[in-house]
Design a protein around this ligand. Structure first.
Ligand code: CP
Length: 363
């Protein structure tokens, strides 16, 4: 278990200067549970396993009205703020639904043009304002590092509260990585588990924060091989490859997506992230037709292999694949609600009550 260090005892400059390996102790509670959720690599394997088990228990408890009544009473005394500065359907709605399941009261700012930011208030002051009314902030922002800064800032006020990164800049989407891990675990439950699997990432890997977070988390599982298939201009960053090298993970960087399909246990498709283009139409000049999964590709895919996508998709997976049992992206999306329930319940220390309820009533 990580030994907690206090964010209010380190300056912001010293905190951001820490290596990724040295930051996690500042993000946990004294009991080892997560507090702020900023980056994928803050999770260790034990926490991941606990979260996945808890998500499954919540999912099963939620099947009955009695179970739903139990869950919705757990955090009925808490309120959460959803502060989204970028578009979102899945992350926003699954956090919304997860909070509802746990009885948490909700408010949202998705359109800063109708908040006091329109009157010139800074995002920092907005976050500080939310902390006066709520017990947790769930935040999506295009600014890399901003959620980290807000976590540090809130920990240095008289009313600290946890902040969850729901997608920041081009770098991190840690809770997407949690649901991806949960989906992989569930998918390979009956075929040897997640260890020893070959994950093939495809698409815009340079600017896709879901891939960058998941690739890091996968290093916690033994003998996983990672292949990155993309055109040169959209290939995965050197920082991720260095991370994999440091973790002794086998990886392969290629432009040959179609040739990589037969060897993959899981294919993780992503859309082109043209919202990050620096010039109009920049992405549309990149030829992407070789990086699409079509109905024909189903024939190249292993019998027990799966196709994932964080969604939303454009053309990178043909809708003809949707009804194939190996296409798990709709299930993956729903898993997001369960793992986010598990995460929030754990942050607020209600995992014990859920595990007790499950043992008494469903085991
Ligand atoms: N996967 C994901 O982050 O989707 P949204 O952008 O719809 O939240």
């Amino acid at each position: 278990m990580l030994k907690k260090k206090r964010l209010d005892e380190i300056s912001w400059e010293n905190f951001i200067a820490l290596s990724q390996a040295d930051q996690p102790p500042y993000l946990v509670q004294a009991n080892g549970r997560p507090y702020h959720v900023l980056v994928a690599q803050q999770f260790d394997r034990e926490t991941l396993d606990n979260l996945c088990d808890l998500a499954t228990r919540i999912r099963r408890i939620a099947k009955s009205k009695t179970g739903m009544n139990f869950l919705s009473d757990l955090l009925a005394h808490k309120r959460a703020m959803l502060y989204f500065h970028q578009p979102s359907s899945r992350t926003f709605l699954s956090f919304y639904a997860a909070c509802q399941i746990l009885g948490i009261g909700l408010a949202e700012v998705r359109d800063p043009s109708i908040s006091s930011e329109q009157k010139g208030e800074s995002m920092e002051d907005s976050v500080r304002t939310f902390s006066s009314y709520f017990d947790m902030i769930i935040m999506r922002t295009p600014i890399q590092g901003f959620v980290d800064k807000m976590a540090w800032m809130l920990s240095n006020t008289e009313r600290p509260l946890p902040i969850i990164n729901a997608g920041s800049g081009k770098d991190q989407h840690p809770t997407q990585a949690l649901l991806d891990i949960y989906t992989l675990q569930r998918s390979f439950e009956k075929c040897g588990g997640l260890s020893n699997k070959h994950i093939l990432f495809c698409g815009d890997l340079k600017r896709g924060r879901t891939v960058r977070s998941l690739s890091r988390l996968l290093t916690l599982y033994p003998d996983i091989k990672q292949t990155f298939a993309a055109p040169d201009r959209l290939q995965i960053g050197d920082d991720i490859l260095q991370f994999l090298k440091n973790a002794n993970v086998e990886f392969n960087v290629t432009s040959d997506f179609k040739g990589s399909i037969p060897c993959a246990d899981a294919i993780y498709m992503t859309r082109i992230q043209d919202e990050w283009d620096t010039a109009p139409g920049e992405s549309s000049k990149i030829e992407m037709s070789d990086y699409e999964f079509t109905g024909v590709d189903l024939g190249r895919l292993g019998r027990n292999s799966i196709i994932m996508h964080p969604l939303p998709r454009r053309h990178e997976i043909d809708t003809a694949c949707d009804s194939d049992p190996r296409a798990v992206y709709w299930r993956q999306m729903r898993n997001g609600m369960w793992i986010r329930c598990a995460l929030i319940a754990t942050i607020f220390g209600r995992d014990v009550a859920i595990n007790n309820y499950y043992t008494i009533n469903l085991k």
